[in-house]
Design a protein around this ligand. Structure first.
Ligand code: APR
Length: 248
């Protein structure tokens, strides 16, 4: 086992109030593409326009066609070993919360309870016209089976929008406040699979450091916080998680 991995596992062993910040990189091994990695979704500029609230209102069908293309595995994706590692740390009383930028629901599927989805979730949705609430996976499965998008409200026929925070939308304030509080209280922040370029999430490591927390970054590519981290691992999260699960 290499030095940084050993150091990271020792810091996790010693920590009592771990917080985790996850990005798309924790779900790529579940078949869900990230945004800025080599095969990142944002390499396709048309999608950036589509994945906005304005784009959704203008053409909800195109939004659904795009998300189905982007997230072909979203209805079948299973949690990875990294999701399982975080769920186990919480079950052992060592982890006080997961702040995720992901909308795939895989942390909850792995058993994590305290999950702060600061970019929302695609697991639920609501009608833009009457506000009726929906579970989205059954609707995505119907779309995968060829139902014409967009799914329409069974009450008023309005378009159903997933509860994801799109580019020109505000983060859910209460969730953000819980996320900030969790990072202020932690003694170790784990950054798993994020390029740390999108704020305010990318500001969380700074808050952790200001509160004397240790910082571990596991990310395939460099991030702006690598120099300030106690341990940096530019390796696959699955590998790290399997080693940590075996050692802890
Ligand atoms: N193991 C470790 N790191 C990985 C893995 C892996 N298996 N796969 C990808 N990565 C790394 C990539 O190298 C990349 O640096 O994960 C990082 C993912 O970064 P982004 O694609 O930028 O995703 P994220 O940081 O979550 O983006 C934040 O931007 O577009 C918005 O709303 C979107 O929530 C997203 C936000």
């Amino acid at each position: 086992m290499n030095q940084p991995t050993e150091q990271a596992i020792e810091l996790i062993r010693q920590a009592q109030r771990i917080a985790a910040l996850s990005g798309a990189g924790i779900s790529t091994e579940a078949g869900i593409p990230d945004f800025r990695g080599p095969q990142g979704l944002w390499n396709n500029l048309e999608l950036l326009e589509l994945m906005s609230a304005r784009g959704f209102r203008r053409d909800p069908a195109a939004f659904y066609r795009a998300t189905l293309k982007l997230l072909p595995n979203v209805t079948q994706a299973q949690p990875t070993d990294a999701h399982r590692l975080l769920a186990r740390l919480e079950a052992e009383g060592k982890l006080i919360g997961v702040i995720t930028q992901n909308i795939d629901g895989l942390h909850q599927a792995a058993g994590s309870q305290r999950v702060y989805e600061i970019h929302g979730t695609m697991q639920t949705g609501h009608c833009l016209q009457c506000g009726a609430r929906y579970q989205m996976m059954p609707l995505y499965q119907e779309l995968e089976r060829g139902l014409m998008p967009p799914p329409l409200c069974s009450h008023c026929q309005g378009p159903i929008k997933p509860d994801v925070v799109l580019f020109d939308e505000l983060l859910p304030v209460d969730v953000w406040q819980q996320a900030e509080r969790t990072v202020r209280q932690c003694d170790l922040l784990l950054v798993f699979g994020s390029s740390l370029v999108v704020y305010p999430a990318a500001g969380l490591p700074q808050i952790a450091l200001e509160h004397q927390a240790k910082l571990i970054i596991v990310n395939l590519e460099e991030t702006n916080y690598d120099a300030q981290a106690d341990v940096v691992l530019h390796s696959k999260l699955g590998e790290f998680a399997r080693t940590a699960l075996a050692q802890l």
